[in-house]
Design a protein around this ligand. Structure first.
Ligand code: UT7
Length: 357
């Protein structure tokens, strides 16, 4: 029988280095007023020297595994969604797999820019419902500060670094990750890209001098499509799950711009009070934004068992997608199920076996 996929653990890591709009304004031709009013961002985190996408992923992953009470050696698959991997290859997921001691796991990266986490969640759901694996560690992580051109004020003020992770497990429960819808429009890839440094435009002295290894974006064009595409994907994911917007307890959108988030909510006639927003503290962390937001929402008690959650994302590629899921975390959003609770059966419909801690 096909199994459902449920989230049983969550965690995040944000680097300690806080960079405010005022900090940026000291060396970029910008102001706190411009950034705040156009994007909602007040500050972001930048990785310190020595931190990178895999090291932040490991921090988030350990927290998620701990919460799920899943031992690293019992993890069967590690997926990292990222567009700022440690290397072109090996995959960042392989580095994470090794670092956390997931000795029996397969590992690979998913690259769909800011839609990477929703895409990876869809892959995890597919692997679980096909019976290929019993659990997947799904991570979204970025070190975008290393891809920013601080001479380009139209992009460098927007992005930040961080990582979020969830544990997804097979369950006999009737609900879990109920739908995932994914879309792409590759003809618009050049509107948001890193041009050089891979096989099509290999890194040369010239490409480096011209800053072609940095993120470039035509923000206005991205903005126009983001609102409509995210709203359309949300409606499609709801249709697939057989639910309506009234059923949704919380929407967790990709955090690219507060005006985009607001636009999506307005288009859907969905109240902003039920939308989770943390862009003011992290900026746009691309693949990491949704899993960081999930973990923060859980920590804040905004996710209760049985809540229907709507995830929605848009990013480079273009890519966009949405997912509807039912939340299974502990009631206070903090307490992981104990072995005793599992043994008593409180959680047995969620996770089918009792694992040693
Ligand atoms: O996560 C992946 C998807 N990414 C997104 O969804 C981002 C989508 N786009 C956006 O969020 C917005 O388009 C931006 C925040 C990037 C830009 O906002 P905007 O309201 O579209 O501004 P704009 O690009 O039309 O620029 C308006 C003005 C320009 O000056 P002029 O030509 O009107 O004199 C810019 O040069 O603002 C200027 N400007 C800045 N001024 C101060 C652009 N960047 C800055 C800046 N500080 N950092």
């Amino acid at each position: 029988m096909a199994k459902n996929a449920v989230i049983t653990g969550w965690g995040f890591y944000a680097p300690s280095r806080v960079v405010t709009n005022f900090d940026l304004a000291k060396f970029v031709d910008t102001t706190d007023e411009w950034i705040s009013s156009r994007t909602g961002i007040k500050e972001r985190r930048f990785a310190s020297d020595g931190e990178n996408t895999s090291s932040m992923s490991v921090r988030a992953a350990r927290m998620a595994l701990d919460r799920a009470k899943l031992r690293p050696q019992d993890v069967q698959m590690v997926i990292v969604g990222t567009c700022s991997p440690d290397y072109l290859f090996p995959a960042t997921a392989c580095i994470v797999q090794s670092e956390i001691g997931a000795t029996r796991a397969g590992a690979f990266d998913v690259e769909a820019a800011c839609t990477s986490f929703v895409t990876a969640l869809g892959v995890a759901k597919g692997l679980i419902s096909a019976g290929t694996v019993q659990n997947v560690l799904v991570i979204g992580a970025e070190t975008l500060s290393r891809l920013l051109n601080f001479k380009d004020r139209t992009t460098c003020v927007l992005f930040g670094d961080g990582a979020g992770a969830v544990v997804v497990e097979a369950s006999n429960a009737s609900v879990g990750v109920e739908s995932v819808v994914l879309h792409s429009e590759g003809s618009k890839g050049d509107l948001l890209m890193v041009k050089a440094g891979a096989s099509r435009v290999p890194a040369t002295k010239e490409t480096v001098e011209q800053g072609q290894h940095f993120i470039t974006m035509q923000g206005g064009e991205v903005f126009k499509l983001a609102v409509k595409s995210m709203a359309d994907a949300a409606e499609e994911a709801l249709r697939e799950a057989g639910l309506g917007l009234d059923d949704i307890a919380i929407m967790i959108p990709h955090q690219a711009n507060l005006r985009i988030i607001d636009g999506v909510a307005k288009r859907l006639h969905f109240p902003m009070e039920k939308v989770f927003v943390n862009i003011q503290r992290y900026g746009n962390t691309s693949a990491a934004s949704i899993p960081i937001a999930i973990a923060e929402a859980a920590h804040q008690g905004r996710l209760r068992r049985g809540d229907k959650v709507l995830l929605v994302a848009f990013g480079g590629g273009f890519t966009w997608g949405a997912s509807v899921l039912e939340w299974f975390g502990a009631h206070d959003g903090m307490r992981p199920p104990s072995v005793l609770e599992r043994a008593r059966g409180t959680f047995e419909d969620v996770v089918d076996r009792v694992r040693p801690i």
